[in-house]
Design a protein around this ligand. Sequence first.
Ligand code: G
Ligand code: G
Ligand code: MN
Ligand code: NA
Length: 250
Amino acid sequence: FEMRNKLATALENEEFYLEYQPLVDMHTNQWVGLEALVRWKSDVGKTPPDVFIPLAEETEIILPLGEWILKKACEFSNVLRQKQLPITISVNLSALQFSYPYLIQMIDTALEESEVSMSGIELEITESLLMNNEQEGVKLLDELRSKGIKVSIDDFGTGYSSLSYLKKFKVDKIKIDRSFVKDIPDGDDGTIAKIIIELAESLQMEVVAEGVETKAQEAFLTQEGCRIAQGYYYSKPLSEKEVLQTLETG
Ligand code: G
Ligand code: G
Ligand code: MN
Ligand code: NA
């Protein structure tokens, strides 16, 4: 209950901030994207998102928090664009945010306020998210696409219906969950990653490997045809300032 109460006032107390983890082109080592990750720091210290995001969903605080996250990401996208650093920012969406017409209205508002096109922003959703309401999901994805917003499936392979999902819903990108990258090149992980890469290729979707931590994992993934990765091997999540410093010094 203590944490619940704290979470309720965290937004107005300005206790949230965003970090950004780069997505890297493994062929060129260039940063091609940034994933926005929310952080919470209060008077009791930092609380990890795995702990407060479920609570924020339960209490529906994720709705105003999610709006704030999108707005902040749009603002930073603007900063990058003005500095001639055209790097896409991806924003995680919670299931509660993925309903119609709520999501479209929220995006339109963020768009108007930041006075930019949304082409600099992508959305990440998890597999379970769309399954609650198929018809609405299809309609939402069409509408997002018509606005030029790309959608990725996050944590791919960990949900309960990955394959039927891909058939029903047109998404742009698959992110291979880091649990399938962990033991590459040993064990079954290599085989699973390889099959996901092939699947993405045949469905003409982009593919991103998550949680890359070693050179050996990079070598395996690039050999199998995956070009974009995210993970501690390249960079941990960074502050806006650190992102700008790195990008501006080349
Ligand atoms: O850095 P890491 O501990 O940030 O994130 C853990 C998990 O928390 C992520 O896998 C993701 O599911 C969730 N998460 C992080 N940032 C956000 C966010 O901005 N919105 C939502 N809905 N989830 C997030
Ligand atoms: O579910 P989602 O993919 O949004 O989660 C991102 C989470 O993964 C964040 O908590 C981030 O800090 C974490 N993360 C990013 N790179 C690595 C990595 O190379 N190894 C591990 N173990 N975690 C990572
Ligand atoms: Mn994600
Ligand atoms: Na993930």
